[in-house]
Write a protein that binds this ligand. Sequence first.
Ligand code: CP3
Length: 356
Amino acid sequence: MSSELQNDRLLKALLRQPVDRTPVWMMRQAGRYLPEYRATRERAGSFVKLMQNPDMACEVTLQPLERFPLDAAILFSDILTIPDAMGLGLYFVKGEGPKFERTIASARDVDALPRPDIEDELGYVPEAVRRIRKALDGRVPLIGFSGSPWTLATYMVEGGASKDFARIKGMAWEDPDSLDRLMDHLVASISDYLNAQIRAGAQAIQIFDTWGGVLTPTHYRRFSLEPMTRILENLIREQDGRRVPVILFTKGGSPWLEAMAETGCDALGLDWTVDIGEARRRVGDKVALQGNLDPAALNASPARIREAVAEILSSYGHGSGHIFNLGHGITPQIPPEHAGAMIDAVVRLSPQYHQG
Ligand code: CP3
């Protein structure tokens, strides 16, 4: 497994060690904005078939690396594999996003949830990780990922995407003890899942807390931050003689960065609503920071995109500990050349912040 890593900028920056330039990758970098992705998905028949086929998942994971000088690959999969393996029945409706056939509506439903055996029931995920590592052959590190317990729970209780989160927030107010038990359950399964990815070869981990930002501060601590902290305690943190850094990304989490930095993670993912220089002053040298270009900026001209990149690099300032990324996933209508302009600007403009 341990083919020598040729580009370890990402792993170094996540640990705030010196690098020659700021590393860059994009959330959803393997996705619908790439025509080659759409062609592979067509061949697979559906998104779910694509992610469950380790050879095809490997193929699309590598597609953005063939186009752009990215410093990381991210496993092609989805956060909703775990609830699917718990028997909830994942499917996608065009234009509406993910749905579940069965939802969690009561304390009894929570207690009846199984703890899936990862190699038996989600074996296609570690298998994809093994194939991707082999295909990468040390070019760049591979990031594994999972959703946070809170974010997975929103889909499991709401049955799909939601605007107001009425059911799960109702549960948080009315029956918090049942929600705590759902979190306990998800902490165990997500820890198993991420450790299986790490054993299979994932070299860094990102936890996507896409919906943590909709909570009150008290509920954020109880139902999002605290369960994520317990996952961090359960994870394998060293593999093949190297630390496996963990990135916590709560979208809408900027009010809570100081608390997030205390969880034992190595880096925080920032959305675009916070100034990265200000975030750096707030967290000090506790953690690295990843982000945070507004994904909508990629609709602008390449010249304007370069200015926007320059602004973020300058706001973070000198020294290591910054991983350039978008503040959320790249959206399907973005021309690939615009993503290329962003990446190129990071490559050209960031070395000046890493001298001396
Ligand atoms: O970043 C990457 O390149 C890795 C791949 C990745 C996917 N989903 C592929 C995907 C990752 C990291 C995810 C995580 C994910 N999935 C999240 C959290 C990420 C975040 O941005 O906060 C969430 C909330 C989901 C659930 C989910 N899966 C949604 C909302 C959708 C989009 C539905 C739609 O129709 O717009 C998916 C499907 C999905 N997952 C796609 C991709 C590329 C698009 C599916 C397609 O090809 O049609």
